[in-house]
Design a protein around this ligand. Sequence first.
Ligand code: ADP
Ligand code: MG
Length: 693
Amino acid sequence: MSEILNVPQIFGSDVFNEATMRQRLPARIYNAWKECIETGSSLPLDVANEIADAMKIWALEKGATHYTHWFQPMTGITAEKHDSFIVPTGDGRVIMDFSGKELVRGEPDASSFPSGGLRATFEARGYTAWDPTSCAFVKDNSLYIPTCFFSYTGESLDKKTPLLRSMDEVSREAIRILRLFGDHETKRVIPCVGAEQEYFLLPKDLYAQREDLRLTGRTLFGAQPPKGQELDDHYFGAIRTRVSSFMKDLDEQLWRLGVLSKTKHNEGAPCQHELAPIYSDANSACDSNQLIMEIMKKCAAKHNLVCLLHEKPFAGVNGSGKHNNWSLSTDTGKNLFSPGKTPRQNAQFLVFLAAFISGVDEYQDFLRSTAASAGNDCRLGSSEAPPAIISIFLGEELDGVVRSIIDGTNYKEPEKSLLRIGVDVLPNIPKDTTDRNRTSPLAFTGNKFEFRMLGSSQSIAGPNIALNTIMAEQLGRLADELEKAPDFEVALQHLVCKLLTEHQRIIFSGNGYSDEWKVEAHRRGLSNYPSAAECLPTYVSQKNVDLVVRHGVFTEAEFRARYAIHLESYRKIIGIEARTMVDMAVHQILPAAMRYARDLSTGVQNKQNLGVSCRADMEILRKISAASDALYDAVETLKTNLNRVPQDQEATCYYHDVIRMDMKNLRVQADLLEELTDKSYWPYPTYSDLLYY
Ligand code: ADP
Ligand code: MG
């Protein structure tokens, strides 16, 4: 019988969390740390020293021998460099030591992290600084210290710093609004995030046989299997044993690390699954999501599985996304997107709602850009994931409310006069409507917004930085107006109505997958960027630069560095994929098809000598030869075009327009050959093998 897991006991047991700090630190030190967190001030060295010492003793008890500053460079994943605690005593022995200085500041050799031009090569140093708002933890015999990463000249080189800055901004502006509504208690407003993570699991041995999976994380070839996901028999289906033992293990590891892993189930595609944690503040949610992705991969390996986080591992079945649920909460736990019970609470809710709707409309390109990547291009807009057009789904009830405010007409009950903000009570808005519009990229789900565009491998920092900053901007503008208004109620009614009217084009309840929506969206003047190559340039439009600089979330140089890195990674990824295709086509696919053709032709000759019919053999042989020729030509074209990549700005479009198209043509021929070729000749596992192991 397996041991019973005491979840409350193990939860957070590997985290130097608040409870542990309270228990292990002198009250004076604990309070000083608390105060730093609340005021955002930096830690005095004597306090840091005492925390470091307590942290070290705790980590050693947990088996740690090393410590590492854990950070989130602009690549979107995490980085770490481990130092042991050893210090020589001079007599051939060592003691384990860890100082406050080592806790708060580090200097990893950062020269090979992308800097987007922020760091000249002669000054390649990067620094890390402890983020005391996220907890340290022990994993694989190391003490992990979550840190911010920045350059010698102080520019942020990571995803965490701008996220923290954006959280401060939205808090500051939201509080201005709350004060206007008579809330004098709230000290901080916190963006809350719950990110649902989709992923695929494959058997390790099959994965190892495919170069495309190993090098690019997705299949670049593969004919459609006889069965896809048309029966929908995987979604929420019973979880197979190997997978469920993986999930059990995963949960346990995550719980030990204080990750609030809550929900697990099978997803739409065969071999696809999802994990959702309970939401937390955006910063912790971002750390947690990084841990989730990392532990998923490690844990899968332990179970002889491979976890694929790519947005589109298989053509023809659903890809993987990451649903980013976002809301704003006060430090006293009030959700600012919960419609209230009184007219005054409702008015406040409508202010936040109007700020959100208008902000998303005005900065739709910014938000869209945060989900733009080579991997996500394979998924967005293909009738399984949201379209590439940003719009907001509000649900029938809230839609009705917004409509009545815009039109100045009656809401539902005809005898009632028009909805007066701050006077009338809103109709009941259900928290969990089952008929939620799954085709919407951004849906209101009762008390939060669910952003569904993000790809499964992407950091959640991007969209949350955008949502926080956009919201800060709109709330700030509203506060400017409302603070100076002679009549608050009148100004409120006027401003909310004005914003909703001006930005109503972003609200859409229909089928986002349909072609009509593309036409309609165009008519409404909404942006539609089907690919990252088309979308990314809008990221650094003057409007967006002004926004992020105005709020101190990025300096212009920092922002442009992100842009440069996104473009570079887009080009690199497509380049690697294209070269992998060439390699597989030349060294595996063509030789397999040729071997089969050769054996077929020997068979044909023998049969002809014997005077028996060889019509089928001949037909297959002919088709294989034709497809082989076409494949050969396609490879040659791709190779030639890969040698012609322009060096300048045009490279991104070239990869999108030319290379991706060549890859598509090559794949068509390869998949045709796969369908024609005897399976025993085929060089790697097929979709059937992979998806129905
Ligand atoms: P689903 O979207 O699959 O129906 P839920 O709506 O229950 O699932 O929750 C999805 C995610 O949203 C979870 O991570 C959950 O913790 C998170 N969530 C719930 N409420 C909020 C909120 N107020 N703010 C941010 N995230 C939230
Ligand atoms: Mg969801």
